[in-house]
Ligand binder design. Structure first.
Ligand code: FES
Length: 87
C-alpha cells in the first residue's frame, strides 16, 4: 500500500489526534469521524451545512459555540464535541 504524501495538519478531536488536509471543513471531518464510530458526540447533528441550524456547535480551543460548518481545519486546533453551551 502506498502512503499518502498529500499535506496534512494535526488536529485533536475529543482528545484524539487526527491528521486531515489543511483547510478541510471541520464539519465534514467530524461527520466522517462520527460515522466511523470514533468518539464524536452522538447528539452532535449538523443539518444544514450553511450556518443556520446550529446543530454543529463545538468548542474550538477556547472558543465556545463555534459552528463547525463554518470552520476550517488548521494545525493544532483542539475540538470538543461534548462541550455544552454555558447556561
Ligand atoms: S450545520 Fe447547521 S449551522 Fe452548521
Amino acid at each position: 500500500m502506498s502512503k499518502s504524501t498529500s499535506p496534512r495538519v494535526a488536529i485533536h478531536v475529543d482528545g484524539e489526534r487526527v491528521d486531515v488536509p489543511p483547510g478541510a471543513s471541520l464539519a465534514a471531518v467530524l461527520l466522517d469521524l462520527r460515522l466511523a464510530g470514533r468518539g464524536v458526540n452522538p447528539s452532535w447533528a449538523p443539518i444544514c451545512a450553511m450556518a443556520s441550524c446550529f446543530g454543529c456547535l463545538v468548542r474550538v480551543d477556547t472558543h465556545e459555540q463555534v459552528r463547525a460548518c463554518t470552520e476550517r481545519c488548521r494545525e493544532g486546533m483542539r475540538v470538543d464535541t461534548h462541550a455544552r453551551p454555558p447556561s
